[in-house]
Design a protein around this ligand. Structure first.
Ligand SMILES: [Zn+2]
Length: 71
């Protein structure tokens, strides 16, 4: 019964799922008086961060990929 009620209420509405936010603020660190940024895209400039995956840095905006040298 409870499920039926839920379906009725949802009629004509999209199921909203809360997407995880980009959490860009986590890319900034404050070191004394300076702001330290994590790897930024060289094409897009500061403000566009690169994501780390499989030993690579990837820009989601311009699809720029930077390889991290292995030690
Ligand atoms: Zn970029």
């Amino acid at each position: 019964m409870a499920e039926e009620k839920m379906k009725k209420e949802n009629k004509g509405k999209k199921n909203k799922k809360n997407k995880p936010s980009s959490q860009k603020w986590k890319k900034y660190k404050i070191d004394g008086d300076k702001i330290v940024r994590e790897a930024c895209c060289t094409r897009c400039g500061p403000g566009v961060f690169l994501s780390k995956s499989q030993g690579r840095l990837y820009c989601g905006k311009c699809h720029y990929t930077e390889f991290i040298a292995k030690k």
